[in-house]
Design a protein around this ligand. Structure first.
Ligand code: MG
Length: 333
C-alpha cells in the first residue's frame, strides 16, 4: 500500500525569475511517501514544485488528483524520486556517498537587477558559465553578456520560448563576435516548431527545455536541437536518456528552480548520470537558492567552486528537518 502526506510551502523570489513571471511567489509541496507491505516499510521524500504559469497543476489540484487516483507525469516523477530516496534510506546510505564533480552554471534571472561588478567575483569563485534569462530588456542583457564574455565566462541563454524566429535571428545579429563565441547554447528560443527550430540551429546551439512535450519524437528524421535540459522533477530520466542517445544530444541536468529537496534530488540524479554517460552530461544548473529568501533547508546547502554540496544525512539528506515537519495525511482512493 502506498500512502501520501504533504507539507505545502512557498518560495519568495527576490526578483523576476524569467520572461514569463513578474516576481510573484512560487508554491509547491514536499511529499512524504510510504510503501507498506508485509515484507518492507519504505518512506522517502520528494518535492512537487508548481510553475502554474507553465501549466503545472496547482498544489490544491494535485492533492485532489491523488485523492481521486488521477495520475500525471509530473507527480509520477515526485513518486519516482521519493522511492529512490526511500530505498537509500532503508539501506542506510546517502545518495551522495560516491560524489562526482558536476559544476553548476551561475543563474541570473533578471539582467535588470544584476550588479555587473559581481561577475569578476563569480570567476574568482570558480564559475565557468553564466546562464542568463533573456528576452526582456535587450540593453541590460547585452551589458551582462558583454561583461561575462570579457571575463571569459561561457554563456547559456534562456528565452523561455518568448521570442519568434525573426526576432531571435535579429537578436543574434546584434551580438558581438566576442559574445557569440562564448555562447554554449540557447534554450527554448521560441515555441517549438520543427522547421523553425532547425533553422535556428544553423546559427547557434539550441537546447530544448519546456518545449519538450511538443516534439514529435517518434516522427523525427533529424534532431530538433543540440542539447536536452533534463529536469528530474518533470521528466522521466530513462526516456530522456534514450532520446539523447538516439539523437546524439548532450544533456544538462538542472533543478526546477524548486525547493532544496527537489534540488538535492536533481543533483544526485546528475551525478549518477555523469558516472554512467560521462561527457554526454554537461555541467548542470542547481544553484537557484540565492533567488529566493533563505530558509532552514537552503541554509544546509553549500556552494564551493561552482559546485553544490548537499545536506548531510541519508538519501537526499535533511533527515531531521524532514522528520519534524507537520505532515498532512492525504486520503488515498
Ligand atoms: Mg529553461
Amino acid at each position: 500500500m502506498i500512502s501520501f502526506s504533504y507539507f505545502p510551502y512557498s518560495l519568495t523570489p527576490l526578483g523576476s525569475l524569467n520572461a514569463n513571471s513578474k516576481g510573484e511567489g512560487n508554491s509547491g509541496a514536499l511529499f512524504k511517501i510510504s510503501w507498506n507491505s508485509e515484507n518492507a516499510n519504505l518512506t522517502g521524500y520528494a518535492d512537487f514544485h508548481s510553475w502554474s504559469q507553465f501549466g503545472d497543476a496547482t498544489i490544491q489540484d494535485q492533492i485532489k488528483n491523488i485523492e481521486l487516483g488521477i495520475k500525471n507525469p509530473h507527480f509520477e516523477q515526485t513518486i519516482w524520486l521519493a522511492h529512490r530516496d526511500a530505498l537509500a534510506r532503508s539501506q542506510k546510505r546517502s545518495l551522495f556517498q560516491h560524489p562526482v564533480q558536476i559544476r553548476s552554471n551561475y543563474l541570473v534571472s533578471d539582467a535588470d537587477n544584476f550588479e555587473l561588478a559581481t561577475l569578476g567575483d563569480l570567476k574568482q569563485a570558480g564559475f565557468k558559465t553564466l546562464k542568463l534569462k533573456v528576452g526582456r530588456n535587450f540593453k541590460s542583457e547585452i551589458a551582462a553578456m558583454n561583461e561575462a564574455a570579457s571575463a571569459g565566462l561561457r554563456l547559456r541563454l534562456d528565452f523561455n520560448a518568448s521570442s519568434t524566429l525573426p526576432l531571435f535571428l535579429n537578436y543574434l545579429n546584434q551580438l558581438e563576435p566576442l559574445i557569440l563565441d562564448q555562447i554554449e547554447y540557447i534554450e527554448d528560443p521560441f515555441p517549438f516548431d520543427l522547421k523553425d527550430w532547425q533553422e535556428a540551429r544553423k546559427f547557434a546551439k539550441i537546447a530544448l527545455d519546456n518545449e519538450y512535450d511538443k516534439v514529435p519524437w517518434a516522427d523525427l528524421t533529424k534532431a530538433p536541437c543540440d542539447v536536452l535540459i533534463l529536469k528530474p522533477a518533470k521528466l522521466n530520466i530513462q526516456n530522456t536518456m534514450e532520446i539523447a542517445s538516439r539523437w546524439n544530444l548532450k544533456v544538462a541536468v538542472t533543478n526546477y528552480m524548486d525547493h532544496p529537496v527537489g534540488t538535492a534530488h536533481a543533483l544526485s540524479v546528475a551525478m549518477e548520470l555523469r558516472k554512467q554517460y560521462r561527457d554526454m552530461i554537461l555541467d548542470g544548473g542547481f544553484l537557484t537558492q540565492h533567488l529566493y529568501k533563505a530558509d532552514l533547508f537552503s541554509e544546509q546547502l553549500t556552494v564551493r567552486n561552482s559546485e553544490l554540496f548537499p545536506a548531510a544525512g541519508l538519501g537526499i539528506g535533511f533527515d531531521q528537518l524532514l522528520e519534524t515537519l507537520p505532515w498532512l495525511q492525504i486520503k488515498s482512493p
